[in-house]
Design a protein around this ligand. Structure first.
Ligand code: FAD
Length: 461
């Protein structure tokens, strides 16, 4: 596809569509929107616009479509696969100022949001109402970015991912037309499920300008446990048994010994350096949780755990799980001269122990600092490498490991990306994963965006 660069006339026209302080071609703003949190090389847009109204988005996109100018939506830029990077230049629409919580209907367990609301701000508002929005990717992230990436996180094993929490969407299509899809009813059998077509489409089919999301009541009681195991394999088997026993963990995370070493350096938990499960439970009463935790302990002991550290109540739970939540940031801090590459695959739960073993072997062979941690309850594994920035040899090794681990995950019936999305980095795995399905995805893309202006260069190889 051939795109046009912005002319002076385009700049004048686009500038007139928003307030003067919400349009920029300034160097620092272009740099700030040239790179997400991944290791992919930066790529600048030609202008950045901060819309605050649906109508503005509609007018800008309609103009860009007529002029064949690429448009890439930007939430908080926290993606890990280059998803919001404007690889073909053009416009970035930054939604950070379109961030109002329009309405919280607590008795319907729903909230109407603008796309730039962050899930942290939403949860802060909801806390006082006894409600929360469960999907929790580790970084600061907007609802628009979470919808576009179908983000998930530590609580997905119990509450589902973003796709399970979207009821209605307002979308600006490539033509500039705005459509509203979905329903406020908690179930529907009405027609094609367009909601789930747009969730996970990475801003390539349309721009989210409004969303109604489903909320959940904050449970009355919380507990958490940190459990050390002699081997990753033993921990992996305990994960399987906890799920099979129907104990309904609210999170079930497996961290490799290298992660525990890092946590011990930064926080005073004094954990044994071995593969460790961080697991959380939510319930109606303390007694109910105590019973569940007894069973979890029994399963872990059956698999030879060394140490079972229990935290009952919200404060203890928070103390124990804080370390897990901050792990990503700890890795960034530990390797300031490196760029992180977060390998992200998911497999059926039965294949998970084997996947972990493969990742561990690959990590050892690579000889580059690497951290294995996973949303084990979902069979979703991350192997984060800290490769020296600009060291071609190291990055070639990391690329080969990525290729091998993803191929193994696909052979096990899994997926090339459990939660980070395709972006730039996972495009080459689309064909092996989807086969002829990929051509149908391309047809859908052509239908909604015939000129290919929306986030070009993503998803498709
Ligand atoms: C330390 C760290 C930990 C992370 N942990 C997790 C994790 O556990 N789980 C997980 O899922 N992710 C994780 N991520 C990745 C990332 O945080 C999520 O994918 C997040 O949802 C991205 O949101 P964002 O607002 O930053 O979106 P961006 O990165 O800005 O954009 C993401 C995609 O959404 C599109 N987009 C943005 N806004 C809109 C809109 N209004 N309409 C249409 N498209 C739009 C962009 O074009 C892009 O394709 C992590 C990232 C970091 C840095």
């Amino acid at each position: 596809m051939e795109y046009n660069h912005l002319t002076q006339e385009d700049i004048i026209t686009l500038q007139s569509m928003v307030a003067p302080d919400r349009f920029s071609t300034g160097e620092s703003n272009l740099d700030l929107h040239s790179k997400d949190q991944s290791m992919h090389p930066a790529s600048r847009p030609e202008a950045v616009i901060w819309p605050v109204k649906r109508e503005e988005v509609s007018e800008i996109v309609e103009y860009a479509n007529k002029r064949l100018i690429p448009v890439t939506a930007w939430g908080a830029g926290s993606s890990l696969e280059g998803n919001p990077m404007p690889v073909k230049g053009g416009l970035v629409l930054d939604f950070s100022q379109m961030n109002r919580i329009i309405d919280i209907r607590e008795e319907d367990f729903q909230a109407d949001l603008e796309p730039g609301v962050t899930y942290q701000d939403l949860n802060e508002k909801l806390r006082h109402k006894g409600l929360f929005f469960p999907p929790d990717p580790g970084a600061q992230a907007t609802i628009g970015g979470m919808i576009a990436n179908n983000a998930s996180g530590t609580r997905t094993v119990r509450y589902g991912s973003t796709k399970d929490h979207v009821l209605r969407l307002a979308i600006v299509l490539a033509s500039g037309e705005m459509i509203e899809i979905g329903t406020r009813a908690s179930k529907t059998s009405s027609g094609y499920d367009l909601i789930h077509l747009f969730v996970g489409s990475e801003g390539t089919l349309g721009i989210v300008v409004g969303a109604t999301v489903k909320l959940t009541g904050i449970p009355a009681e919380f507990s958490a446990a940190i459990v050390n195991f002699p081997s990753v394999e033993a921990a992996g088997k305990a994960v399987f048994e906890i799920i099979r026993a129907g104990l309904n963990p609210a999170s079930l995370e497996l961290l490799g010994p290298e992660c525990i070493e890092l946590i011990n350096r930064e926080q005073d938990l004094g954990l044994t350096i071995s593969p460790t499960l961080f697991t959380e439970y939510h319930g109606a009463t303390k007694n109910q949780l105590a019973e569940v935790l007894d069973m979890v302990k029994e399963i872990c002991e059956d698999h030879g755990c060394n140490d079972f550290r229990l935290g009952l109540g919200r404060d203890e739970r928070d103390r124990l799980l804080k370390a897990r939540h901050e792990l990503g940031e700890m890795i960034f801090r530990r390797h300031p001269d490196c760029s992180p590459m977060s390998l992200d695959v998911a497999v059926p739960i039965t294949a998970y122990p084997e996947l972990i073993a493969i990742a561990r072997e690959e990590k050892q062979k690579a000889g580059i600092p690497g951290y294995i941690f996973s949303h084990a309850g979902d069979g979703n594994l991350h192997l984060v490498f800290a490769g020296k920035t600009g060291d071609e040899k190291e990055w070639a090794i990391i690329g080969q490991v990525n290729q091998r681990v993803v191929s193994k995950a696909l052979a096990m019936g899994g997926t090339a990306t459990g939660e980070h999305g395709v972006g730039i980095g996972k495009r080459k795995f689309m064909e092996p994963e989807h086969g002829r399905g990929l051509a149908w995805m391309k047809s859908i893309k052509n239908l909604f965006d015939p000129n290919g202006i929306l986030n070009p260069g993503k998803i498709f190889p």
